[in-house]
Design a binder for this molecule. Structure first.
Ligand code: FE2
Length: 329
């Protein structure tokens, strides 16, 4: 009876469970014609994007399932598999692509002037933006994307990425929050434009919904993710932080072996961090003091490890270092 219950009710739920889902396309496949044909849209959305979502769900380890957002995956992509990198990127990039091409969305009280002002200040004018984006897109060898993104100084920048990478990813040299992405994979245009990528690029500008891009811009400049990306791009901070987090995670599971093996390396990373150039947005004096404190306590932690100090005292020291680390905004 119990087995029957599992087969009838629980197994279908298990196989149906999908952590990430294909977002609904709230316009028809024909809606972007004549610039993007219906067949391309149907295959692109229902086959390619759907495959990225399915493969992402299959590629994610059980630990990440249900506990991590898509943006968090992208921000820490260097720690994930190639399959997660390609499919998480594919899912995020295409979700944004359908939105910025969306002919239906209209935002109330949209302040398009803010984006217009930023384009003028950072890129000259809209024609300059289009020509720089087209250059980035047309010179991307093979498959990839061209991006308009907000960098950590809140400036508009343009870049291109290979495959399904994007500016959120910590493996990308140009980092920030993407607000407009153009898909330059052949599957995005080949049925209609064949090898003429430049014709596709000229057409795509007739479809961009600038209200959506403006909304993306306004959200991006207010986002706390910019501060996170700034800190994450500070290489000595990141190296220190990754090792500290690994040690701390094991200690929380009552396993002190990594701490014992790596306390010297952690102190060395803290020294490298203290000697590094503090990036511009961080308050200089306050950050210097915090880095001095972190180094002092990492050296003390190393000495405590060598003296076989009690585990609860080691734990307290790690908590103290964590609190100092958290104060670096
Ligand atoms: Fe695509």
């Amino acid at each position: 009876m119990k087995l029957l219950f599992i087969i009838i009710f629980l197994l279908p739920l298990y196989f149906k469970a999908q952590y990430f889902e294909l977002p609904k396309l709230n316009y028809s496949y024909q809606a972007l014609e004549p610039y993007i044909d219906a067949q391309t849209m149907e295959i692109h959305y229902s086959k390619h994007h759907a495959a990225y979502v399915n493969n992402l769900n299959q590629s994610l380890g059980k630990i990440d399932q249900g506990k991590i957002s898509l943006i968090d995956i992208l921000l820490k992509i260097s720690t994930k598999s190639i399959a997660v990198r390609n499919n998480a990127g594919g899912h995020y990039n295409h979700s944004m692509f359908w939105e910025i091409l969306n002919p239906v969305i209209k935002y109330k009280n949209i302040r398009i002037e803010e984006l217009e002002r930023a384009i003028k200040e950072d890129l000259g004018n809209i024609d300059s933006l289009k020509s720089k984006m087209n250059r980035a897109a047309s010179t991307r060898f093979g498959s990839g994307w061209a991006w308009l993104y907000v960098d950590t100084d809140k400036k508009l920048k343009i870049c291109s990425t290979p495959n399904q990478d994007n500016p959120f990813m910590d493996i990308n040299p140009d980092r920030g929050i993407p607000i407009l992405g153009i898909d330059v994979w052949e599957h995005a245009y080949y049925l209609k434009y064949q090898n003429k990528r430049s014709d596709y690029l000229n057409s795509i500008w007739k479809l961009i919904n600038w209200e959506v891009v403006s909304e993306n811009y306004i959200k991006a400049i207010k986002s706390p993710l910019l501060a996170y990306i700034e800190k994450d791009s500070w290489k000595p901070y990141k190296e220190f932080s990754i090792l500290f987090d690994q040690i701390n995670e094991e200690v929380q599971k009552n396993d002190f072996s990594l701490l014992k093996n790596k306390s010297s390396e952690l102190a060395m990373n803290a020294l490298n961090l203290k000697q590094s150039v503090i990036p511009k947005p961080f308050p200089l004096d306050e950050t210097k003091k915090l880095l001095d404190e972190i180094l002092k306590h990492c050296n003390e932690l190393h000495k405590m490890v060598n003296k076989n100090t009690k585990s609860d005292l080691l734990n307290d020291k790690l908590k103290l270092i964590q609190s100092l680390k958290d104060k670096i905004y």
